[in-house]
Write a protein that binds this ligand. Structure first.
Ligand code: FAD
Length: 909
């Protein structure tokens, strides 16, 4: 075991202190599973009508929604459905409530989490536990406010805490950064000499699984939900509706069938089995996850819970004892969890778990002198990106996913259940939930076992690693490579992964940075890669400092693009074609601007797809194409990571329209090279026959030929430059690339990647879906109302009509900071001394040599001034890692605000 641990210590600390525990480990390994199980049966949920359950009652014949699974997620979702008026709601649990993973949870709730939307979700859970449910049920949820302490072994870790703590201010979450000397004031048993400091969150705490689920179901029953235990789901019926759409029609159980149009799969580790009932595979695996409980420790009762991220362990107080658990580099994969595994436990494997105790002893020496009372090891579901699987299936309507909670299903359960319920009830959660949406994965990877195994292993073992903005997985790579992959790799390309695609991040002059076959960080007897250039470069980026290690490389690409030209391989962008006899009618319905109106073909429009609340589902470029025979085709270019999502949205909007259309995904067939910069026209002119560059106006498309290969050329820019997107069949991509690059080089051009593209496009004030615009932003708030027609019907037009003339609740603005600091997004925006929002994205803009951020500013209801005047009237600061920087505000990007460069006008910018 020690050999293995040393091999893995890139992920975890050196574990020499392991010997402290050799004796306890030997002793403990003799404990058997049934003994520990008996002990912890105390936690089992005692069913009774008081808890809202109906174990023996007859099932209803019909329900509006059926929730499958009575764990943290199912109980919370049922409660919220019933509360928000979903009608007849039935929760079906095959055994007893909490019998799956929930009963043996450690129940830790940490309010400081890396991402803004999860902060809100966790906070909602906490409010349910501390306030809402006790009021609604007249009983306690078992919540214990312990406080939470995150220790930091080095300055980078402390910086990552400062980053979270800064964002926490936006949500009013109290946090304190402690020096090492201050740690004993909140935790006297930790060896504080090991740390450089800590993050202390006094209002963190612990949830009780039984108490929480009892409260959810008790309150749900009050709102009319019915909860059935001992009622296993055995099958799900579907039907084809009049439009040929497959829909859920009934749930078959051991106690009869229930007719229903909506099912929510909250079956935890059994969720893949439930999904199989409608023939859908989901990217979820099960690992054993464990903690141990010590004998009583004097003084433990008043300690805060501790997360030692660098050691990948936690220490939670439980009465007078401590629970110690963690995330190892070699977790045990469970191929299958038996159907009757209820309130079950696995025997703990000390070879796997021992490292956690060694580290806990190091952190808190008293543990080394204390015995272990019991062990808890249960199954938990994990996903390829540490985020749950939620949302409606695009294949079987009415079938919703709600599983894969990556050992956070207690703290995410309350707020998460609320969003899942709203999703089913209103078609959309109230906050942007794309990171949890099942459609974030490309369908081609969901059934790929290698990808799933590797990625879920990496996310498990890196669970406590810092969240760096430019981190990349080493697992599950090279799954989708475009035709230029090898050529660009040989030219120094450092790749990043998006939607399964390998896409250029930036180019280096150093040794080739190939992504190697995943070595599981040496786990499971795999040989760990030596001299791994890709990993070395990645490790250099594990900091928040300015300038970052690739600052110079990206600077060269950005400056070259603005002074000469750069060639971006944009082949991973989603390329969808809307075609068929009713394509024009479909386009009128889908897009916020009338992309069909221009009588000329081969013209493109930047437009939006909206949901019925007016939220932005996508910002995209649509080109009207002449097919020669039937209706026009509409060629859509969408963000690479959102291709599946956009297909889902199009199907949501059009599937019941009765229109005859088809959406063809041409992403893999076509390669796209984006030639951008003031010299791009001159470069293209040397390559094509006939001077199409002259006639090609901004937004126009033409067919042409480069080195004998047919290409399509669209004059467009994602980076605010004179530029052209050249597309050809993938098989010819290398030839076309070499021809373009050959001429570009003569003009001083170079290769560039997505890191430069991101910087250039934010510098130029372009939007990025998922960041500056999302489903919970309206065109009014994001200053994109001009992309929405006001005289015709399209999806979301009613909501747009309502917002016209209204004051937005928030408004998008641009900020620059004068100090040389790196902005990443999720920094705080202060206006006249008050927190008014946070940045959605941030970059260093090389051509103005400043940090630039985009973010929404809250607009006060009582302020009657013009919104633009309000925005420009304040004094702003951007706070990053607890330091405020003076900031300037703009309505448009300060770089080329009139967008002259895309028109080929350079002098005045
Ligand atoms: C050791 C350990 C420690 C943890 N610590 C924490 C922590 O500190 N904080 C935190 O937030 N999270 C923690 N977690 C994770 C958390 O406990 C889980 O994410 C959460 O309990 C999952 O809830 P769930 O509702 O998705 O699944 P489950 O609790 O497993 O519920 C699924 C339910 O579905 C039922 N079911 C399955 N099939 C059927 C069927 N066919 N018909 C009807 N019912 C069915 C099952 O019986 C089960 O009750 C921990 C997990 C483990 C293993």
């Amino acid at each position: 075991m020690m050999r293995f641990i040393r091999r893995c210590n890139k992920l975890h600390l050196n574990l020499d202190k392991q010997k402290y525990f050799a004796q306890s480990v030997r002793l403990l390994s003799t404990l058997n599973c049934s003994r520990t199980a008996t002990k912890f049966n105390l936690h089992q949920h005692s069913s009774s009508r008081k808890n809202g359950t109906n174990s023996t009652q007859q099932l209803p014949t019909e329900a509006d929604v059926v929730v499958i699974g009575g764990g943290s997620i199912g109980c919370s979702t049922t409660y919220h459905l019933a509360k928000y008026g979903a009608g007849k709601v039935a929760l079906l649990e095959k055994d007893k409530l909490t019998a799956g993973t929930t009963w043996h949870t450690a129940g830790l709730l940490w309010r400081a989490v890396p991402h803004e939307f999860e902060m809100k979700i966790v906070d909602d859970t906490r409010t349910l536990m501390t306030t809402i449910l006790p009021q609604e049920t007249d009983s306690e949820t078992g919540w214990i406010q312990t406080g939470g302490l995150f220790t930091a072994n080095d300055q980078t870790r402390l910086d990552s805490y400062k980053r979270m703590a800064t964002l926490a201010k936006v949500f009013g979450i109290e946090t304190h950064i402690l020096s090492a000397a201050e740690i004993p004031q909140v935790h006297h048993l930790l060896d504080s000499s090991k740390y450089v400091g800590a993050l202390y969150n006094p209002l963190d705490g612990t949830m009780d699984p039984t108490g929480a689920c009892t409260s959810y179901t008790k309150a749900a029953a009050k709102y009319g939900a019915q909860i059935f235990e001992g009622c296993g789901v055995e099958g799900i019926d579907t039907r084809l509706d009049d439009f040929g759409i497959q829909r859920v029609s009934a749930v078959k159980t051991s106690r009869g069938s229930i007719k229903t149009g909506q099912v929510i799969n909250c079956a935890g580790v059994w969720a893949p089995n439930i999904s199989q009932m409608v023939h859908i595979a989901i990217p979820q695996v099960t690992y054993r996850h464990a903690y141990v409980v010590t004998e009583p420790i004097e003084g433990a009762r008043h300690l805060p819970n501790v997360r030692d991220h660098d050691g990948s362990v936690y220490m939670k107080r439980q009465g007078d004892t401590l629970q110690v658990g963690g995330y190892e580099a070699n977790p045990i994969f469970c191929k299958e969890v038996a159907d009757d595994f209820a309130f079950g436990l696995y025997t703990l494997d000390w070879d796997v778990f021992g490292r956690h105790l060694a580290i806990a002893c190091d952190a808190m020496p008293i543990i080394a002198k204390t015995g272990i009372r019991s062990t808890i090891c249960g199954p938990e579901s994990f996903t390829p990106d540490k985020q749950p699987l939620c949302g409606e299936s695009p294949k079987v309507r009415g079938f919703f996913f709600a599983s894969g909670f990556n050992s956070g299903g207690m703290m995410l359960g309350g707020g998460g259940g609320k969003q899942i319920a709203l999703w089913a009830l209103r078609g959309k959660p109230e906050i942007d939930m794309f990171p949890w949406d099942i459609r974030r994965f490309p369908s081609s990877l969901v059934t790929n076992k290698t990808w799933l195994t590797e990625r879920s292993h990496e996310t498990y073992s890196k669970h406590y690693c810092m969240s760096f903005p430019h981190d990349q997985p080493l697992a599950g790579r090279n799954m989708r490579k475009d035709a230029l992959h090898q050529v660009l790799l040989d030219r120094g390309c450092f790749y990043e992964e998006k939607h399964g695609w390998e896409r250029p991040a930036y180019f280096t002059d150093g040794p080739k940075a190939e992504v190697k076959k995943y070595d599981f960080y040496g786990a499971y007897d795999n040989k760990i890669h030596q001299d791994y250039q890709y990993k070395t470069l990645l490790n250099h980026e594990y900091s928040y400092r300015y300038p970052g290690p690739v600052h110079e490389a990206i600077s060269k690409e950005c400056v070259t693009c603005r002074t000469s030209c750069a060639v971006f391989n944009s082949s991973s962008l989603g390329k969808l074609v809307l075609e068929g006899p009713d394509a024009t009618k479909a386009a009128k319905l889908l897009f916020s601007s009338d992309v069909t109106a221009n009588p000329n073909c081969n013209t493109s429009t930047y437009t939006l797809m909206l949901n019925d609340k007016g939220g932005i589902e996508s910002d995209l470029v649509v080109c009207k194409m002449d097919t020669g025979d039937h209706d026009f085709d509409y060629y859509m270019t969408v963000g690479g990571a959102t291709t599946e999502y956009c297909k889902g949205h199009i199907s949501d909007v059009l599937s019941t329209s009765g229109l005859n259309y088809n959406v063809k995904d041409r992403t893999e067939e076509l390669a796209t090279l984006s030639l951008q910069g003031p010299k791009s026209r001159a470069v293209l002119k040397e390559l094509i026959t006939g001077d199409v560059t002259k006639s090609l106006q901004f937004g126009h498309f033409a067919l042409s030929n480069i080195v004998g290969i047919n290409v399509g050329i669209l004059r467009r820019s994602f980076v605010g430059e004179l530029g052209y997107e050249v597309s050809c069949e993938s098989q010819h991509a290398v030839k076309v690339y070499e021809a373009i690059m050959g001429v570009a080089k003569k003009h001083g051009g170079r290769d560039a990647g997505y890191r430069a593209m991101e910087s250039l496009s934010i510098e130029a004030g372009f939007h990025h879906w998922g960041h500056s615009v999302r489903t919970d932003d309206s065109p009014l708030e994001s200053r994109l109302l001009h992309l929405c027609n006001n005289d015709r019907h399209y999806h979301g037009s009613a909501a747009v009509a309502e917002m016209r003339g209204q004051r937005p609740k928030k408004s998008l603005a641009f900020f620059t900071v004068d100090d040389q600091v790196q902005l990443f997004g999720e920094e705080i925006i202060w206006r006249d001394g008050k927190v008014v929002g946070f940045t959605r994205n941030g970059v260093h803009a090389f051509n103005i040599n400043k940090g630039v951020g985009m973010g929404y500013v809250d607009i006060p209801e009582n302020d009657k001034s013009n919104v633009d005047d309000y925005l420009l009237g304040g004094k702003y600061e951007i706070e990053r890692n607890f330091v405020k920087h003076r900031a300037n505000v703009y309505l448009n990007s300060p770089f080329d605000p009139k967008r002259l460069r895309v028109r080929g006008l350079f002098k005045s910018t």
